[in-house]
Design a binder for this molecule. Structure first.
Ligand SMILES: Cc1cc2nc3c(=O)[nH]c(=O)nc-3n(C[C@H](O)[C@H](O)[C@H](O)COP(=O)(O)OP(=O)(O)OC[C@H]3O[C@@H](n4cnc5c(N)ncnc54)[C@H](O)[C@@H]3O)c2cc1C
Length: 494
């Protein structure tokens, strides 16, 4: 164990491991500090499905990343997801607040980043199970989310970790970074609590990739607002904002949507933090095919406003704002086959009934008679003359309701009926550090901090209010790769 390195990377999730691998193309002595024990390592990245949003012009681009057989190509319409579409999606869902330079880097480097990851040993497949519909025997991909790491998040972290080890990168688990070694000349290393002792480790440069502050209830209430301490955390318990604070303490500039976060519909009785055995399966993302009902028996959101990919990340906040911080997702038998796999797990809070009357009476903590009245009003308002089509925004809507459902509005008329109880599950926070296009951290006067780089969830400025699904991993990979290269090239500060 040497106490002096070329580059120290803080964190061992996707962004950090990409940074370490990228740095290893230029320098030899790299140390990764990971706060969690080894059996919980991998951060939020390990909890994911491994879905990555990547721009591609067609199947030829995908073949650079995924091994596809001629039969698979024959029976699949992969379409294309152009850089322009990706840029538009980020711009639109972030209400045009996204940093234009960083967003452009994210989009234009998305395909090169996954090709590079493949060269390091990460295997990818097409997300057949999640992002493709089978239409008359042919799969059709939709929503720009075609690439998935083999083995999901666990597979991704495992292959990045073994690539790091193969490349001679040292990883310390149970090593919590506590502060930066810094002076007027910049950053010279990290103080870390490891094996019960705090020690100072020197390095030419440091990459911070230690996630957001979503697992810190005090910071959630402080920055996201009152009530956010009541949300469940979908992923790792270790992303508590430590490392953001470390950077702010030496004058780094905060950036982005500090009161914003990614939060989704999540099993009401899920544990306080993510459970690696369940992964992302506590999520409940099939609401576009049903309706939401709150404790007062009322609908409160347009469940069909857009494809799931473009609404799921902001609806957690809407659920948190409901009385009792929960809601029911109600479906009938017509859409049962369309419900995602996560509805089939054992750990669900679910009621089933043969009539709407019976179902509403069973909705715990909910005004059943108001719910029944609401569902009847909803059924009566559906434009049944417009055909239902899950592959497009079909315009099959309700009319005349206080809150209309504007696509995929099916009447609830076919028993058995089902309702699932959900609360708000927070995924990650949007506020973080300000970086340059080279992923160097800026101070609050706008000057780059020598020797300090950042990537992934703890960078602010790209995602605001909402985010297009699958952009989190891509963000970590693209900027991790840039940060690692920049850190390796950085001149010594000491
Ligand atoms: C359930 C779930 C499903 C998701 N699904 C997807 C998906 O399919 N596609 C997608 O793109 N995104 C998905 N996301 C979002 C995605 O996980 C994140 O955007 C991404 O993984 C963030 O990567 P990161 O490397 O920045 O952070 P992380 O992967 O969280 O890594 C940060 C690491 O830093 C460590 N750390 C924290 N503090 C310290 C410290 N003081 N010292 C040392 N180490 C520290 C943590 O232990 C952690 O290992 C999902 C998230 C969750 C929770």
């Amino acid at each position: 164990m040497s106490e002096s390195y070329d580059v120290i990377v803080v964190g061992a999730g996707n962004a950090a491991l990409c940074a370490a691998l990228s740095a290893s193309e230029r320098v030899k002595k790299i140390l990764v500090l990971e706060r969690s024990p080894e059996d919980e390592a991998g951060g939020n990245s390990r909890f994911t499905a491994g879905l990555m949003r990547v721009a591609y012009a067609g199947v030829e681009d995908l073949k650079k990343v995924i091994e596809l057989s001629p039969e698979e190509i024959e029976r699949t319409d992969f379409g294309a997801y152009t850089e322009e579409q990706f840029l538009d999606d980020v711009a639109r869902v972030t209400e045009y607040r996204c940093d234009p330079d960083l967003t452009e880097l994210l989009v234009r480097n998305s395909l090169p980043a996954v090709i590079w990851m493949r060269s390091k040993g990460v295997r990818f497949t097409a997300a057949w199970g999640r992002q493709a519909f089978n239409i008359a025997g042919r799969f059709k991909f939709w929503g720009g989310l075609t690439v998935e790491a083999v083995g999901g998040g666990p597979g991704l972290v495992e292959s990045l970790t073994s690539a790091a080890k193969k490349n001679g990168i040292e990883i310390w688990y149970g090593a919590r970074a506590t502060s930066l070694v810094a002076d007027d000349d910049g950053v010279h290393g990290v103080r870390v609590k490891y094996q019960g002792k705090t020690r100072e480790i020197r390095s030419r440069s440091v990459v911070l990739a230690a996630g957001g502050f979503q697992a810190n209830p005090e910071w959630r209430a402080r920055y996201l607002g009152p009530g956010w301490e009541l949300a469940k955390v979908r992923g790792t318990r270790f992303n508590t904002g430590d490392v953001i604070r470390m950077a702010l303490d030496i004058g780094a500039a905060p950036a982005g949507n500090w009161s914003g976060c990614h939060a989704v519909a999540w099993e009401r009785n899920a544990p306080e933090f993510g459970d690696l055995a369940v992964g992302d399966q506590f999520q409940k993302h099939s609401y576009p095919w049903g309706v939401y009902i709150n404790a007062h028996g009322r609908r409160f959101v347009d469940e069909g406003a857009d494809f799931r990919n473009y609404t799921y990340a902001k609806y957690g906040r809407v659920i948190l704002a409901q009385p009792g911080q929960f809601a029911w997702q109600v479906f009938d038998a017509k859409v049962k086959a369309q419900l995602r796999d996560e509805y089939k797990i054992r750990q669900v809070t679910k009621v089933t009934a043969n009539t709407l009357e019976e179902l509403c009476a069973k909705l715990e903590d909910t005004d059943g008679s108001a719910a029944l009245e609401e569902l009847k009003a909803y059924n009566a308002a559906v434009r049944a003359d417009i055909p239902f089509n899950p592959n497009v925004k079909d315009g099959r809507r309700t009319e005349g309701l206080k809150i209309d459902k504007t696509n995929w509005a099916n009447t609830l008329d076919t028993p058995p009926f089902e309702a699932y109880a959900v609360t708000c599950g927070i995924t990650f926070t949007f506020g973080g550090l300000r970086i340059t296009n080279d992923a160097q951290v800026l101070d609050s006067d706008g000057a780059p901090i020598r020797g300090l780089y950042a990537a992934g969830e703890l960078v602010g400025g790209i995602f605001w209010f909402n985010y297009p699904g699958g952009s989190g991993l891509t963000n970590g990979s693209v900027f991790g790769r840039i940060a690692g290269a920049s850190a390796a090239k950085a001149p010594a500060t000491a």
